[in-house]
Design a protein around this ligand. Sequence first.
Ligand code: C5P
Length: 241
Amino acid sequence: MLMRVFVILPAAGLGTRMATGHGTPQSPKQFLELGGIPVLIHTLRAFAAVPSVTRMYVAVRAGEMERVEAQVSEHGLADKVRVVMGGDSRQESVSHALAAVECDDEDILLVHDAVRPLIEPAVIERTIEAAQKSGAAIVGLPAVDTIKQVERTADGALITATIPREYIVQAQTPQGFRAGLLRRAFAEAEADGFTGTDEASVVERAGAQVMVVPGSPTNLKITQPGDLDLAEFYLRQRASR
Ligand code: C5P
């Protein structure tokens, strides 16, 4: 049987780190526009360009479901996208989407930050291939800075160790898993009250090996003011190639 790929996009964050500090609540970053198109739509388009992707599930806050559904239709993506309700944490948002995905244990589930709109289809394909081969694979970027472990004290951070750079990669998304493995790992995490900051940490905890495939520094996570300008720059550069 042909392998199917499903994508979960957690997009229910509040974007508090994008706040201007002027007391005005900012639009969550997944709805900010990049080259006149919402960030989330850029992300959905990248996955829609991968032929093995069957369907995408976007988890958003309850009050934003209608707006997102309208945007998805407006951009011609309605037949491939389902909008589901997000949760209070990233893990909960993914968990809600997991409950909605209709797939077999052998299918591949990719989880990708809605706020990484510059993901390239070739990197998505690479992740799918590795996840298919090994059961679990994420995109990671080698660390270029020297990494310090610190202890937070009242006077500031104090270095407790230097972690050799060759042992470090920075985890990005997509993160891909065989669906049965991801479901089992999420069930175990929920039973134990464990919350991770990415899906791999949940799967590692369940005892599975997770491969890392090379990512790209342009796959940035739009998090802080300035990231959007940088993303615009990369997008223009790509258009002129
Ligand atoms: O919080 P973090 O920066 O890891 O957010 C990464 C992604 O998870 C974002 O796309 C954000 O919208 C999403 N998220 C979510 N539900 C939450 C919090 C974050 O879907 N409750």
